[in-house]
Design a binder for this molecule. Structure first.
Ligand code: BG6
Length: 483
C-alpha cells in the first residue's frame, strides 16, 4: 500500500492539461523529476505539456528549469535536469476546441502508439467535463487513466455532474481523484501509528479519548488566487477535502485489508455518521484583517472589498458510532495564521486529576510525534509532572531524503494503478453533502475578524472553552519538560 515501490512500469504518455499553470511548475514537474532521481521513473515515460501559449518544447523547458531548481526536494544538477527534460515536450492547443485533439492523436502515434495514456486535469473543475468529452470524441479516452485535481466540483451538484460525465467515458478504475494531503508522509503514518501499536489500538475510543483536535494553519494569505478563493473560502478549499480526509483516517475503524476499497469503505462509514450538534454555535467563520505586515483579506487583489468569504473556519463535530459516542472533534484551518502548522492532537481523558496524556501527530512543517505523559517529580515528594517525548522524523537528514513529496507518491501510485491514495466518489459526495449543510445554515454570515498573523478569531477559542478544553498549542507543550 501507499509507499513508493520500485516496480516495472508500463510505457506511459502523461498529458498535463494546465501545463503552464503554477501546479505543474511547482508540484508536478518537480515530482516527476524526483521520481526520476530516485529510480522510480519508467524508462519509457513521455510528458506532454498542454498549453495555449505559443511555445516550443525548448522554450518550455527553459521556462521550467528555474521552477525545478527552486521546487525540487532533490538537488538539481544540469545533467540530471537535461536528462529529465528530454522526456518533456510542449503541445500548443486550446483545450475547448476540437482541432487540437486531432493533432494530439497524431502526436501520440508519433511518440509511442502502444503507450498507456494518463491525463492530468490540472485545470478548474468547470473544464473537466469538456476535456473528457473531447478526448472521447477524438478517440483518445479508451483505456486511458485520468487524474483529477481538487476541487472535485464546486458543490454536490457540480461534483455529481462531473462524475456522471467522467464515468460514462472512463472506467471507475481509471479515475484518480486527488487529495494531496492523503499522500503526506505523516498522514500515511497515521495508519501505522494507530494499527501497529498495541498501546494506541485499544484506547482509540470514547472511553479513553477526551477530544481530538485537527489543525491546518497556514501563514500564507490568498497569494495570487483571490478570484478563486473569494468564490471558495476555507470551508470548501481545505475542510471539504483535506481535513475531512485526515479526520476520517484518524477516526475510522481498522479497514479489513489495506487495499483501496477497504480503506475507502472505512472512511465512508465515518463521513456517513458525522454531525454538528449546534449549527449556530459550533461553526466559526473568520476573516483576516490588516496588521503591520499584511493587508486585510478584503484588500487583496481580485477580492471583493465587502467580501464575506471566510479565510478561517473552526468547527466542532461528532461521529455517530459507538466508538466515538459524545467525543468532540475540533477542526480548524486558516490563512494568515501566526504559524504554519498541520497536526492532529489526541487529548486523553484525565485520570485522578493528573494532567491529561496527549499524543500529537505532527504533519507539517515538522514531521513527527509528541507524547505527553506523567511521571513522578524527582525528589522526596510524590508530586506528578508532565514530560514530553518528542520524536522528530524530519530532523534526520536521511529520513528527509527518503520521504517522497505528496505529489511524487500520487503520480507514482497512479502509474502503478494503486487507488489507495485517491478519493472514491462516495467520499467526495458525502463530504460535499456535509459541507453544504453547513453552508446552507451560514450563508451570508459576516465572519468574525482576526488580525493577520494571529491565532484566529476569539470564537474559535470559545468553541473549546465551552467544553472545558483549549487548543493544545506550543505554550502548553512547553509547560512539560522535554525528556
Ligand atoms: C490547497 C489549497 O489544496 O492546499 C490551498 O487550495 C492551500 O489554499 C494548500 O494553501 C495547502 O497545501 P500544503 O501542502 O502547502 O499544506
Amino acid at each position: 500500500m501507499n509507499g513508493i515501490k520500485k516496480m516495472h512500469k508500463d510505457n506511459h504518455i502523461v498529458t498535463i492539461f494546465g501545463g503552464t499553470g503554477d501546479l505543474t511548475y511547482r508540484k508536478l514537474l518537480p515530482a516527476f523529476y524526483n521520481l526520476k532521481c530516485t529510480d522510480n521513473f519508467p524508462d519509457h515515460l513521455h510528458i506532454v505539456i498542454i498549453g495555449r501559449q505559443p511555445l516550443t518544447s525548448e522554450s518550455y523547458r527553459d521556462l521550467a528549469r528555474p521552477w525545478l531548481q527552486e521546487h525540487s526536494r532533490i538537488h538539481v544538477s544540469d545533467d540530471h535536469l537535461d536528462a529529465f527534460l528530454n522526456h518533456v515536450t510542449y503541445f500548443e492547443m486550446t483545450f475547448t476546441e476540437d482541432e487540437g485533439y486531432e493533432r494530439l492523436f497524431t502526436r501520440f502515434q508519433d511518440i509511442d502508439a502502444n503507450a498507456k495514456k494518463l491525463y492530468y486535469f490540472a485545470v478548474a473543475p468547470s473544464f473537466f467535463e469538456i476535456i473528457a468529452q473531447k478526448l472521447e470524441k477524438h478517440n483518445l479516452a479508451k483505456d486511458s487513466k485520468i487524474i483529477i485535481e481538487k476541487p472535485f466540483g464546486n458543490d454536490l451538484k457540480s461534483a455529481e455532474s462531473i462524475n456522471h460525465t467522467l464515468s460514462n467515458i472512463f472506467d471507475e478504475d481509471h479515475i484518480y481523484r486527488i487529495d494531496h494531503y492523503v499522500a503526506k508522509e505523516m498522514v500515511q503514518n497515521i495508519f501505522t501509528i494507530r494499527f501497529a501499536n498495541e498501546i494506541f489500538k485499544n484506547i482509540w475510543n470514547a472511553d479513553n479519548i477526551a477530544n481530538i483536535q485537527i489543525s491546518a494553519n497556514e501563514l500564507v494569505g490568498v497569494e495570487n488566487r483571490g478570484n478563486y478563493y473569494d468564490h471558495t473560502g476555507a470551508l470548501k478549499d481545505m475542510f471539504q477535502n483535506h481535513l475531512l480526509q485526515i479526520l476520517s483516517i484518524v477516526t475510522m475503524d481498522k479497514p479489513e485489508t489495506m487495499d483501496a476499497t477497504s480503506i475507502h469503505e472505512a472512511q465512508e462509514a465515518i463521513l456517513d455518521n458525522l454531525y454538528i450538534e449546534n449549527m449556530d454555535q459550533d461553526v466559526i467563520f473568520g476573516q483576516y484583517t490588516q496588521n503591520q505586515e499584511s493587508m486585510s483579506y478584503r484588500d487583496e487583489d481580485k477580492v471583493d472589498e465587502h467580501s464575506r468569504t471566510e479565510t478561517f473556519v473552526a468547527l466542532k463535530l461528532g461521529i455517530r458510532t459507538p466508538r466515538w459516542r459524545n467525543t468532540p472533534i475540533y477542526v480548524r484551518t486558516g490563512k494568515r495564521m501566526h504559524k504554519r502548522i498541520t497536526e492532529v492532537v489526541v487529548e486523553f481523558k484525565q485520570q485522578d486529576h493528573a494532567p491529561a496524556n496527549v499524543l500529537i501527530i505532527k504533519i507539517q512543517p515538522e514531521e513527527g510525534i509528541y507524547l505527553r505523559f506523567n511521571i513522578k517529580k524527582p525528589g522526596q515528594s510524590h508530586e506528578t509532572q508532565s514530560v514530553l517525548m518528542d520524536f522528530c522524523q524530519s530532523c534526520d537528514y536521511e529520513n528527509r531524503m527518503n520521504t517522497p513529496e505528496a505529489y511524487e507518491r500520487l503520480l507514482n501510485a497512479a502509474l502503478e494503478d494503486d487507488h489507495s491514495l485517491f478519493a472514491s466518489f462516495n467520499q467526495v459526495k458525502r463530504s460535499w453533502a456535509f459541507v453544504e449543510d453547513i453552508i446552507r445554515h451560514h450563508q451570508g454570515d459576516e465572519p468574525e475578524t482576526y488580525p493577520a498573523f494571529t491565532n484566529g478569531p476569539q470564537g474559535s477559542h470559545d468553541l473549546l472553552a465551552r467544553d472545558g478544553f483549549t487548543w493544545i498549542e506550543e505554550e502548553i507543550r512547553n509547560d512539560a519538560y522535554d525528556l
